[in-house]
Write a protein that binds this ligand. Structure first.
Ligand SMILES: [Zn+2]
Ligand SMILES: [Zn+2]
Length: 233
């Protein structure tokens, strides 16, 4: 379960992954999985010997339900602060409908079956609205990167001190490393922007990368990102 010092990955959240960043003074959760994932996340917190109240902040990479589904329940049960990009915040609060994903014929055909993944979870307040370049109190200072495309307000977290990247769905390792493609591209709000954002991530220096979908990369991650970026035009 513990894949590197300080980071715990939580799998089997329906269709995605969430991560707990463990520090002496607090825990931070990165994304929350689909609805009904709260119990599983709280069980991991207990397993690592911490209390629900230790969860001080929940960093949301973007508004999709496989990342925000259990947010409301976790906030209620832990009192954690919610951090999300300012473009995603009104959607997470329920003040704005989610933007429509870009045109995609396959998605139109599949729409009746995939609606669940793009619906926001229960309405919940966002305590801190993030912008590109903001710093978040995780791992000695994490940089917020606005990486639009998959959604317009997608954000990634880069922790320079530990050379870690939490990519959300701005990069996917589930079917080869790259910007969300294949089934994941069905939800992209702007696929061209998603490619540019992936290239931006590939310019950073990090060893490990964690994704909403697909196995984390444990070592040489930035090199693999650069190789994948070189394949894109
Ligand atoms: Zn997504
Ligand atoms: Zn996702």
């Amino acid at each position: 379960m513990e894949i590197t010092e300080g980071v715990h990955t939580i799998e089997s959240l329906g269709i995605g992954r969430a991560y707990i960043y463990q520090e002496q003074d607090k825990l931070t959760l990165i994304d929350t999985g689909l609805t009904d994932s709260a119990e599983r996340i709280l069980a991991v917190i207990e397993k690592i010997g911490r209390k629900p109240a230790d969860l001080r902040q929940i960093f949301i990479t973007h508004h999709h339900n496989d990342h925000t589904g259990s947010l409301a329940e976790l906030v209620e049960r832990t009192g954690a602060q919610v951090l999300a990009h300012k473009i995603e915040a009104p959607v997470i609060r329920g003040d704005q409908p989610p933007p429509k994903p870009g045109a995609n014929t396959l998605r139109s055909l599949l729409r009746p079956f995939i609606g669940k993944g793009t619906q926001p979870g229960a309405r919940v307040d966002v305590d801190r609205e993030l912008e590109d370049g903001d710093e978040v109190d995780i791992g000695g200072g994490a940089n917020v990167l606005h990486v639009p495309g998959h959604t317009l307000g997608s954000v990634a977290l880069f922790i320079p001190k530990h050379r870690l990247l939490f990519a959300g769905d701005a990069a996917v390792s589930a079917i080869g490393l790259g910007p969300p493609a294949g089934p994941f591209a069905l939800f992209n709000e702007d696929s061209e922007q998603a490619v540019r954002s992936f290239k931006r991530l590939a310019e950073l220096d990090f060893d490990r990368a964690f994704f909403g979908h697909g196995k984390p990369l444990d070592g040489e991650a930035a090199t693999l990102f650069r190789r994948a970026a070189d394949q894109l035009d």
